[in-house]
Each structure stands twice: as C-alpha cells, then as structure tokens.
Design a binder for this molecule. Structure first.
Ligand SMILES: NC(=O)c1ccc[n+]([C@@H]2O[C@H](COP(=O)([O-])OP(=O)(O)OC[C@H]3O[C@@H](n4cnc5c(N)ncnc54)[C@H](OP(=O)(O)O)[C@@H]3O)[C@@H](O)[C@H]2O)c1
Length: 339
C-alpha cells in the first residue's frame, strides 16, 4: 500500500481522483485539500459521498508536514508551480494535472501561459504523462506532467501516423468539442446554463488556445520535426467528454484498410485505446471510462485522412490518466483501479 494526497480536491478533477483513489486497492488516501472548504467534510461539498467517505478537507498549510508517497496536484495553471517543488524536495512523487510542467522550456511556457515559470529547472525533469508514448519514462519519474484533455484527444490518434512519417506535419486541422466540465468548477459566465444550453460556442480559434503549444510540442517530438496545427475548440452543452475530428494530408496514398491497420497495430496491446473499425467514436460510449476511442476515415479521391477520437475529459483527459501514471510510477498493474 502507498499513501496519497490530493491538492485542490474539490474541483472536478480532484473529485474524480478522490472517487478513483478511495476504491484503489493499493492506495490509502491520507488527505485532501481545499482552501475554500477547509474544515468541512468532503460530503458537505459533494453530498453523494455521505456515508461513503467523510474525510475532513484540510487547508494546504496544514498538510505540509504530512509525508505521503504521492501527491496529485489539481490546482489551476500558474498556481501549481508554486506548490509542487516543496513536495519533490521531501522525496514525494507528484502527478501534476495542471499545465505548469507540460512544456519543454521556460520560453514556451511563458509564450503560452503569459507568465515566467517560477522553477524552470523542473521542466527538464518532468515527464509528459501519456503512458501510450512514455511508459518507461513515467515508471522512473518523480514528477509527471499529466497531459491536457484536448492534447490527449489529439496526440493519441495522430501518433501512429507521425511515427511512420505518413502525414504532412504542417497541415493538421483539429476541430474539438468539449463538455462544460473542461473549464473546471469555478464560476464563469460561459458555463451558465442559459448561456450554454442549446448552444455551441467556438473559442480561441486557429492558434490562440493555450493547448496549441502543448499539442505542437508533443507532435513535433513524435515527428522529429516541427509540426504546426490549426486548433479550433468548441464548448458544447454536455457535462463531460471531448470529440476531436482531425483533418490531415497524407504524404503517400494509403487505403482505408491500411490506415486502420496502422492504428490498430500501434495500439494492439494498449488497455485503454479502442480502435473502431465499424463505427465512429461518440462521447457517450467513453463517458465514465479511461478509454480513448479512435477511428479513421480515408476520403476517396483525395489525399485527406480524417481521424476521430473520443475521451472523457475528466478521466483519460485528466484523473484517470493520472491514476494510470501513478500505477506505472509505483509498479502497480497499469489498469489497477481503472476498469
Ligand atoms: N476539467 C478538466 O477537464 C481538466 C482536464 C485536464 C486538466 N485539467 C487541469 O487540472 C487542473 C484542475 O482542473 P479542475 O477542472 O479540477 O479545476 P477546478 O474545478 O476549477 O478546481 C480547482 C481546484 O483548485 C483549488 N484552487 C483554486 N485556486 C487555488 C489557489 N490559488 N490555491 C489553492 N487552491 C486553489 C480549488 O479549491 P478550493 O476553491 O476548494 O480551495 C479547486 O479545488 C487545472 O490546472 C486544469 O487546467 C482540467
């Protein structure tokens, strides 16, 4: 058994982690923090936990002396980087769900997040926590940067084609649609029922969204050359889920069967990737799971391939992936607590 703590436990990703960790057979949850609700029971914030787990939420300063084996940091970006280093100094392993350790350099971080990074030396140490790409590195890491939800939905379906140098790396068009929980639990006008119900909202179209940098950095690593994407996110009136439809240009002519074969072979042994041959991904069929569903569609008479993926933004796009990373970091079965 290992001990774990959750920082920022009352947010949407924190709550999902809490739910996963309390039933994980190898983990004892030692504490969970909230600055707004400290001193209250977790079940006061999320009443469906009443009688299941009535842990008292603590403020961050209260848990600084409590040693645990792993900490999950579920704070907003720009805040996480001020909290994570103190845990690493105590030899505690950290899975950070924010974007603060995902970028390779301090320059790229400040370009996309518009602040200086406060501990740039840790950027070189952090491992990008996408198990399907970085399994070995994650298993040896003390700091894992859990990938963003949109980037997970984009990198997984494109990786098999970039690794084989099959697609034009500067002609990648991504159309993504996300449920409202992707924006977190904090109040915002855009998430009000009347604003989002019966509505679809495009935002940060083109190259404006901060995940553009993360996506390009990871795709470039895979392709071994600079990738450029157009990324157009949308918020749609559902609680959770991301559907990404990605348009790429093929460097050589391959058939629908060949495209499907490439992606199937790449992910044959992956427990959380399901390649669909006979239907297209839909968010409702991955909801509540740590899976990524992927399908491809070759457009006849063109050199275009359309790649489609669906994930649950709070699981494979956040807390489920974080538990998958923790399982690797501690040598547990990768699927433990996730099936
Ligand atoms: N939502 C998603 O689908 C998703 C997916 C992938 C990654 N992420 C990333 O994961 C992180 C958490 O996301 P979320 O959706 O769970 O956010 P959220 O619902 O807004 O929750 C954020 C949590 O952080 C705490 N917090 C906020 N500001 C703080 C501060 N200055 N100091 C200490 N605690 C603070 C809040 O705690 P109290 O108010 O209780 O104190 C709350 O528990 C973010 O970095 C986000 O970008 C989110």
């Amino acid at each position: 058994m290992i001990t774990a703590g959750i920082i920022g436990a009352t947010g949407y990703t924190g709550f999902e982690l809490f739910r996963l960790l309390v039933k994980h057979s190898k983990v004892e949850l030692a504490w969970a923090t909230s600055e707004t609700y400290c001193g209250k029971l977790f079940s006061d914030v999320y009443p469906h936990l009443k009688g299941i787990n009535d842990m008292i939420l603590k403020a961050l300063p209260e848990i600084q002396q409590d040693q645990v084996d792993v900490v999950f940091c579920c704070l907003p970006h720009r805040t996480a980087m001020s909290v994570v280093p103190s845990f690493l100094e105590k030899q505690t392993k950290v899975v950070d769900l924010s974007a603060d350790f995902r970028m390779g350099t301090a320059d790229s971080y400040s370009r996309w997040y518009e602040v200086e990074h406060s501990c740039p030396r840790l950027l070189g140490q952090a491992v990008y926590g996408l198990p399907e790409l970085n399994r070995d590195l994650i298993s040896k890491a003390s700091l894992v940067a859990n990938p963003g939800c949109y980037p997970t939905s984009v990198i997984l379906p494109l990786a098999p084609f970039l690794e084989k140098d099959l697609i034009e790396e500067t002609d990648i068009i991504i159309d993504s649609k996300s449920g409202v929980s992707g924006a977190g639990r904090k109040l915002s006008l855009r998430a009000h029922f009347v604003e989002i119900n019966e509505n679809i909202v495009p935002y940060d179209i083109g190259r404006l969204h901060r995940h553009t940098g993360e996506i390009e950095e990871q795709l470039s690593n895979l392709a071994n050359r600079q990738c450029r994407v157009l990324f157009s996110p949308h918020i749609v009136p559902m609680e959770r889920g991301i559907l990404s439809t990605i348009y790429v240009k093929l460097k050589e002519d391959i058939s629908q069967e060949q495209a499907l074969g490439i992606i199937t072979n790449r992910y044959n042994d992956e427990p959380f990737i399901r390649v669909l041959a006979d239907r297209l991904p839909e968010t409702r069929f991955v909801q509540g799971t740590n899976r990524c569903d992927i399908a491809v569609s070759k457009v006849d008479g063109t050199n275009r391939l359309v790649v489609i993926s669906a994930i649950d933004n709070l699981l494979k796009g956040a807390s489920g992936q974080a538990v998958q990373d923790m399982n690797l970091m501690f040598g547990f079965k990768e699927t433990e607590g996730l099936q």
